[in-house]
Write a protein that binds this ligand. Structure first.
Ligand code: TXA
Ligand code: MG
Length: 326
């Protein structure tokens, strides 16, 4: 794997149907031309991802929606207008030309305009090289299937090292830190399939429509109970229960790391992984903290999710719950 700094270089590689990991504002994505089945197949193989899991198609602007989607409702256009470029994916009916290889065989497609200058510059260069203005890049998080998503180029390099011959365009650490909010826009009202930085309140405010509550049985295909898993076991604790939880683990002679907001004190003999001041900072350091625990070969991570549901709290709780699922 090689580190790249020039979007033009990245675009040349992508134009050939090869892979490049690209930074977004959420996490790094392993990008492949969405219009080329062989390129997308290479990306699935690199990740070790099952073929029935749909991927998100990243495009340069909402203008590309007409090429990739059909019957897009007004409320989805309002969301695109308000939050793109940004950490939101819209699931919409796919247009005729969209291949099964990006949708996992479904009649819907996930579309997003990422808010990162290097990603957008790569899309612009690629559109010129292949002469397709609405060109799309299929880009799942650039980690092996089921593992922790990468929030820096170093994470990507360590994830794939020699095994996969792709480049990574280095954009430093990502700012948001958790994956985009996924909004299903195929019904009469929007429904959140995955929580992210764009919140339920944001969506209701912009659309003026009450969200459809997601039934516990509905899931985004490819969202699994166990996901985002480090090697260490993840245990969730409350602020008041954290001292006892850590002591129990230490009593069992296991090493423990703590991920909690700065106002939560670190119990004796516990490795403090990070001390975010608020939910935004928590999301930004979440995945790096899980990776840090593995680098330190800790056996258990005790995580105290931030309380509340007005910002990134639901997204953090969702990722931690999946990381903790055995
Ligand atoms: O922030 C993000 O969304 C990152 C960056 C790289 O853009 N990407 C990302 O991709 O998280 P990935 O593949 O790790 O997760 C995409 C998820 C899939 O697991 C699936 O649940 C959902 O998006 N998805 C994609 N297309 C869908 C569709 N047509 N219907 C329902 N869910 C879909
Ligand atoms: Mg992922």
């Amino acid at each position: 794997m090689q580190r790249l700094t020039d979007p033009h270089e990245a675009a040349k590689i992508l134009a050939r149907g090869e892979l490049v990991a690209l930074p977004t504002e959420t996490v790094y994505g392993l990008a492949a031309r969405a219009d080329q089945p062989s390129a997308v197949a290479r990306m699935y193989a690199a990740k070790g991802r099952p073929a029935d899991h749909p991927v998100i198609v990243h495009v340069a602007s909402a203008a590309a929606l007409s090429a990739w989607a059909r019957d897009v409702p007004e409320y989805a256009l309002a969301l695109a207008d308000a939050f793109w470029p940004g950490p939101m994916t819209l699931v919409v009916h796919r247009s005729e030309t969209v291949g099964d290889w990006v949708t996992g065989g479904q009649d819907t497609v996930g579309i997003r305009v990422p808010n990162h200058p290097l990603f957008l510059a790569t899309l612009a260069e690629l559109a010129e090289l292949v002469n397709v203005p609405e060109v799309g890049l299929a880009a799942p998080s650039a980690n092996r299937f089921g593992r922790v998503s990468p929030t820096s180029a170093d994470h990507v390099l360590r994830e794939f090292n020699e095994a996969v011959n792709v480049g990574v365009l280095d954009g430093g650490s990502t700012t948001v830190g958790v994956e985009s909010t996924i909004v299903d826009c195929t019904g009469a009202a929007p429904m959140i399939l995955r929580n992210g930085a764009v919140t339920a309140a944001d969506i209701e405010r912009v659309t003026g429509i009450a969200l459809i509550e997601r039934a516990t049985s509905t899931r985004a295909p490819g969202t699994l109970a166990s996901h985002y898993a480090p090697n260490a076991r993840v245990v969730l604790a409350t602020e008041t229960g954290v001292a006892v939880a850590c002591q129990d683990i230490l009593d069992a002679h296991r090493s423990v790391g703590l991920l909690a907001q700065s106002h939560v004190p670190t119990p004796a003999n516990v490795v403090r992984l990070s001390e975010p001041m608020n939910a935004e900072q928590y999301a930004a350091v979440l995945y790096a903290s899980l990776r840090e625990a593995d680098a330190l070969e800790l056996e258990v991570i005790v995580a105290v999710p931030p309380l509340g549901n007005t910002g990134l709290e639901p997204a953090i709780l969702d990722r931690l719950t999946r990381a903790a699922h055995q």
